[in-house]
Design a binder for this molecule. Structure first.
Ligand code: ATP
Length: 155
């Protein structure tokens, strides 16, 4: 059965607000959005995005969900340190981390986004990372509404 994403997001974001004492805003245009994805997999994506947003920013984080004729999109946007332009093409790669020294204190192996990317592609989805240093970062996953034959096996 398809997953209802609005209630999924409400439910999933709640504990993050408490644990990190961070304002996490949810922006949705529809009351219900259905998509055939495993709740566990989508949760994994959301946690990876939120984890990064919280780790690399100090202010409010925005989670948004949008549906149009062809796609269902979810995004996590922060107002944090951002990603330098020269690193941006590589952040979805395995083990890639920006500025190893700076990041030592924040931990991480550079695996999160590459895992997210492989989950997304399993559902025919794509990821996009937009960022400006000093301004913030937005990570978006976009799932096609066509090609709903179901999940492909993990590559
Ligand atoms: P982990 O394996 O624990 O997720 P990670 O955060 O280092 O560790 P990724 O999630 O793959 O790994 O992110 C890769 C790199 O992209 C990070 O090391 C960080 O430099 C950069 N990055 C990711 N998300 C953000 C963000 N929201 N703001 C700034 N930089 C980010």
């Amino acid at each position: 059965a398809p997953l209802e994403l609005v209630s999924f997001l409400k439910k999933s974001i709640k504990p993050f607000r408490h644990v990190y004492q961070r304002n996490i805003r949810l922006q949705v245009e529809k009351r219900q959005v259905f998509y055939p994805i495993s709740e566990q997999r989508l949760k994994q994506l959301l946690v990876i995005f939120l984890d990064n947003a919280i780790k690399y920013s100090e202010k409010e984080v925005l989670v948004w969900l949008n549906e149009d004729q062809d796609f269902v999109e979810m995004g996590v946007k922060d107002k944090g340190i951002g990603i330098p332009e020269e690193d941006l093409p590589f952040v979805l790669d395995r083990f890639y981390r920006v500025d190893k020294v700076r990041n030592r204190s924040t931990g991480g192996k550079g695996l999160g986004l590459s895992i997210a990317n492989s989950i997304a592609s399993r559902y025919g989805g794509e990821m996009e990372v937009k960022s400006s240093p000093g301004q913030g970062t937005e990570v978006i996953v976009r799932f096609p509404k066509e090609n709903l034959a179901g999940a492909k096996p993990m590559a």
